[in-house]
Design a protein around this ligand. Sequence first.
Ligand SMILES: *Cc1c(COP(=O)(O)O)cnc(C)c1O
Length: 437
Amino acid sequence: MKTHLKRQQDIAEKINPDVIISNWKDWKWQIKHSVRDIATFEKLLNIEFEPEEKKALDSTLEKFPLSITPYYLSLIEVEDINNDPIFMQAFPSPKELIVSEDDMHDPLSEDKDSPVPGITHRYPDRVLFHVSNVCAMYCRHCTRKRKVGDVDHIPDRVVVQQGLDYIAGNPYVRDVLLSGGDPFMLPDAYLDWILTELRSIPHVEVIRIGTRTPVVLPYRITDELVNMLSKHHPLWVNTHFNHPREITSSSKEALKKLADAGIPLGNQTVLLSGVNDCYRIMKRLFHKLVANRVRPYYLYQCDLSEGLTHFRTSVGKGIEIMENLIGHTSGFAVPRYVIDAPGGGGKIPILPSYMISRSTHKVILRNYEGVITSYKEPKEYRPVYCDRDCEECKLQLKLDDAPEYRSVGIAELLSDSEETQSLIPGNTIRVERRSID
Ligand SMILES: *Cc1c(COP(=O)(O)O)cnc(C)c1O
């Protein structure tokens, strides 16, 4: 089997016989030579698909285009290509054209929860801000697959300005998550402009950027980019590693630059059938991430987007993975396993059950080994009832730096100060009958 370095050299020389290492490491060179068709893919990897296969692949590309950076391409191990986790994430499968009856066009209702183009406002205090529709590599498992390569959706300066105005006009938004597409595909100066505008809004406390460039185009993390980013602290970056094989010397270097600039790093992994649906692979991935100062943040159950059916696992597989992580390894190496609610309810955490029973004064718990234990609740606990009058409360919340939000949802039912007694779905037969009366 060829080494990664040898594979890089072979690919680079096929693209351009005079190539030098500084070309390869130039992110713009990588983008310019991204593989966008089957013939180039075959040529660069020295493989050939059957004519029948090629036909099926071409019709897949008409709906869901292909784009792979030479760097990410060089991670593919051709010897067992059909089981290769890099290949499966990057290369189209005719299975993408199978629309199952459970698939949804916009499963997370991102378009419905969008007050202005480019913004998804789902939670009380934070928004998702789509500032780019371009990615370095088109992930086959993209939840926004419907928009990939669609030029109509590229947000221009006017759209971004509308988003900025929305955030500026909404004092509850304290956390802005830049996404896309990939924000790091924007030119430094343009991203600098967006970050400067966001920083000038007093109620925006933190900015986060979601990017896959450290995985598929690590050379994008240049000193210039990092210097620019570090002007806008507190800034967090979330990456998207799905398999330990994606952690290479180049991606490590990119992560080091970001971490050295004081940027806290998180990672979101998508659970994908045939790619990483194995707790040993996951554990290896999360260990490698924390060794590179990246905190595993979310493990996503694969969404119901059209074209992803073949990537979906059972939820049981995800719980099995969590069971094999919690207690077995460092707490900070364990991400939160979530299902992003179809229809737009947001992320819902899923855990094995650790609390197995309780009485008025005892809680019965089990640990990762199967030890069953009881925790005695305090006899003398005096709860602090909250009427939201912090001035009169013995606990010392200083209101100056603690903006007040209304309680929402289940927290509203738990609240001591709200009158709400129940939350009733608007579409029950009982409720519909009431509106007829
Ligand atoms: C994931 C997401 C966020 C951020 O959620 P966190 O749990 O705070 O990371 C915000 N808005 C939308 C629409 C999201 O999907």
